[in-house]
Design a protein around this ligand. Structure first.
Ligand SMILES: Cc1ncc(COP(=O)(O)O)c(C=O)c1O
Length: 419
């Protein structure tokens, strides 16, 4: 049985199995899927699924797969005309996950750690700490681990609530810290994004109150994939951290290619107080289900945060993360594919004349002019799950960039339904 990311596995990357074997195996798996007794759910833009048509298509794949960059693409492009989705294939364009999943190198490290599953996590924990401290040139006291970065976000939210303080954040922005703080009694001061949909730092400064304990900045932001320039944010952090903690969430850091952008971890290294920066293994590393996140900050702050952490790390996730952060080949591969997918979506948005903002992450956000529920309902019928509503942008869609072949199907479907 092949992993779901067979096209990544079949790319003939160093150490991966031979392309033709993998491709062949993938086709067998797919054709077996088409022959299951319960009828496969199949999505196509134009015509409903016919098993004959699919199997006929499979015949063409022998040749097509030699040209296509992946078995999935070969299946989808096996007939002239509109793209078809293989049976039971669903496009998960809703959670900003890496469509290629865990890297081959990380998966091997995880497999080699199965026999340690009966132990608590100190060994793999130490290894991942070594990787992160080396990567960022920081001593261990400036690094904290979390069960996903979400655990660290929630712990910070709880810190504010415990002191009956307030949080200042952009609107819209990512929810973990904000919602957890609010549901535990903190007050949330939401600052609308600027007209260009970027985070408005000046307005955030003005919105701060005496009881503000955290200013939360997501860079790139989510659901709007905008960025703040490094210099601008550095100046902001230096000024605001005199009054309260600044929490910079860099979950999508690895996707940014704009030269004006930069990490706030540099400030942590320079000894900046009242600053926490988070990263996650859930996005470019494709490990969302394994729950590994990282915080970087001043030792005093990290001590406080660790006192209210409740999660425990798992050995498999830690082993995978230690390997994945060193696997630059996979990160480059994902970045390249994301770029390709982004171009497809940018073209679709341009063709349809829809309002959007440049994406610096692995998702796009654009104004559909229709209720999100309507858009999502119709896309779901075609095998696509798209992002949830993000108030107050209820006529906008957030679409996670999946494989280029999937985004081609998305663009074709979207145009046909709403163009
Ligand atoms: C901006 C941002 N921060 C943090 C997270 C949480 O990620 P995790 O808890 O998986 O590390 C997400 C998840 O989508 C996110 O979009």
């Amino acid at each position: 049985m092949l992993p779901a990311n067979i096209d990544y596995w079949s790319r003939g990357m160093s150490g991966a199995l031979d392309l033709s074997t993998r491709t062949l195996e993938g086709l067998v798996t797919l054709s077996q899927a088409s022959g299951r007794s319960s009828r496969p759910k199949h999505f196509s833009v134009e015509a409903p699924f016919s098993r004959r048509r699919f199997l006929k298509g499979m015949g063409a794949i022998g040749g097509a797969s030699m040209l296509a960059s992946s078995p999935l693409q070969a299946v989808m492009e096996s007939k002239p005309g509109p793209l078809i989705l293989p049976p039971n294939h669903v496009i998960r364009a809703n959670f900003n996950e890496n469509p290629y999943g865990v890297s081959r190198v990380a998966l091997r490290a995880i497999q080699n750690t199965f026999d340690q599953a009966g132990h608590y996590s100190s060994g793999p924990r130490q290894r991942v700490m070594e990787v992160m401290t080396n990567l960022h040139d920081l001593p261990p006291e400036n690094v904290i681990l979390g069960s996903g970065s979400g655990e660290l976000l929630k712990a910070a939210g709880l810190m504010v609530a415990m002191t009956k303080g307030s949080v200042v954040c952009a609107d819209p922005t990512y929810h973990d810290l904000v919602r957890f703080a609010e549901s535990n009694g903190a007050e949330i001061i939401k600052v609308p994004v600027a007209d260009n949909l970027g985070i408005d730092l000046e307005a955030m400064k003005k919105a701060m109150r005496k009881d503000t304990k955290i200013v939360y900045i997501v860079n790139p932001n989510n659901p709007i994939p905008s960025i703040l320039a490094k210099k601008e944010l550095e100046d902001f952090v230096k000024e605001v951290s005199k009054k309260c903690m600044v929490f910079v969430d860099e979950a999508y850091y690895e996707y940014v290619e704009d030269p004006s952008y930069g990490s706030m971890i540099d400030l942590v290294r320079a000894g900046q107080k009242n600053l926490i920066v988070t990263r996650t293994a859930s996005k470019i590393h494709g490990m969302a289900g394994l729950r590994v996140g990282f915080g970087f900050g001043h030792v005093d702050l990290l001590k406080k945060l660790s006192q209210i952490q409740t999660g425990q790390m798992n050995v498999l996730g830690l082993a995978g993360a230690a390997a994945s952060y060193k696997d630059t080949e996979f990160q480059n591969f994902t970045r390249r594919k994301t770029r390709e997918s982004k171009l497809i979506m940018e073209e679709m948005i341009k063709d349809l004349g829809l309002r959007t903002t440049k994406s610096h992450a692995n998702f796009v956000f654009f104004e559909t002019g229709r209720a999100v529920e309507e858009i999502n309902g119709k896309l779901k019928e075609k095998g696509i799950i798209s992002g949830r509503p993000f108030p107050p942008y209820l006529k906008w869609s957030r679409v996670s960039l999946q494989k280029p072949e999937e985004m081609r199907y998305f663009a074709q479907t979207y145009k046909q339904l709403f163009g």
